[in-house]
Design a protein around this ligand. Structure first.
Ligand code: FAD
Length: 264
């Protein structure tokens, strides 16, 4: 691991200013994704700006038509929050299925969406529910946020402060996890809510999270498992690794979509 300067500011503004001053500065939240990359030498930030001492970013609030989740909320907090379990149970179920207990107790929602791992679960939830990502300077619709594998609309010195999820009429989550890491081989959230009927898939494509228009149209006519059971997705852009090849992943997308609608 390369040497780096460590900072632990007490406010978002101070964090932003440290990021601007640092040579290749990086925010660290739970460290569950960034620290392994640093240990492997795949990331070598000159300045590490921890959000650990910034207050006010770890609350979950009911805003009526939306649930607002602070960027520093851990997956375990989201999974356990009564408000989330009651109003968006699919989101609580999704958070409950992330990694293992250690990862859920350290990893944060802000870190997950900022990292945009192609197999991470939150990007699918954000896209399916039509979430908004709030930062220190603007609000970004999930539709405009996830731009490809490990690539988002965030600027280098931008800090996520919260993610807001519109409360859906119904939503369901299903994931086929990698048995070792628990990352999604294919994970699907199907939702019917203020953003319309949406089906968002993670884990399957090399381009990261994506929506399935044909499934969405079928569900808009009739929101039931049978509507998606016969809709297949192309294996062309699917990831291939030890866990699954492209054809199997494409097949899993349809199976997970059906299960997600059943859950909804
Ligand atoms: C063994 C293992 C299993 C896992 N399994 C799963 C799984 O099943 N599903 C899943 O979805 N994820 C899984 N993860 C990933 C986990 O959810 C991480 O917590 C998450 O990806 C990153 O969150 P973090 O808070 O640890 O971010 P960090 O590692 O601290 O940061 C990750 C990236 O986000 C940036 N960042 C962090 N916070 C902010 C912010 N507020 N604003 C702007 N940028 C920010 C950092 O600069 C960095 O680039 C797994 C991880 C491990 C190690």
């Amino acid at each position: 691991m390369e040497d780096f300067q460590y900072h632990a500011p007490g406010s978002v503004d101070a964090a932003v200013s440290l990021l601007r001053d640092a040579e290749d500065g990086k925010v660290v939240a739970g460290g569950m994704s960034l620290l392994p990359l640093m240990k492997l030498g795949l990331a070598a930030p000159g300045g590490l700006v921890s959000l650990g001492k910034v207050s006010g970013l770890d609350g979950i609030a009911d805003r009526g038509s939306e649930i607002e989740v602070g960027a520093l909320c851990t997956h375990a907090q989201v999974a356990a929050a009564e408000i989330v379990r009651e109003r968006i149970p699919a989101l609580a179920a999704m958070a409950e299925g992330i990694g293992d207990a250690q990862v859920r107790n350290r990893g944060t929602i802000g870190g997950s969406v900022a990292h945009n791992d192609p197999a991470a679960d939150y990007p699918a939830a954000c896209l399916a529910l039509g979430a908004t990502i709030a930062t220190d300077r603007r609000e970004i619709a999930a539709d405009d946020f996830f731009l490809g594998m490990f690539f988002t609309a965030l600027e280098e010195d931008e800090v996520i402060t919260a993610v807001r999820f519109p409360v859906p009429t119904r939503a369901g989550w299903a994931k086929f996890p990698n048995p070792a890491s628990k990352y999604a081989v294919a994970g699907v959230m199907a939702a019917d809510g203020p953003a319309g009927v949406r089906v968002a898939v993670t884990g399957a494509s090399g381009d990261g999270v994506f929506r399935v228009a044909e499934m969405e149209a079928a569900l808009a006519s009739s929101f039931e498992p049978a509507s998606v059971a016969g809709v297949s997705v192309s294996a062309e852009a699917m990831l291939s690794d030890d866990a699954a090849g492209p054809e199997y992943r494409a097949h899993l997308v349809t199976v997970m979509a059906k299960r997600a609608v059943e859950e909804a």
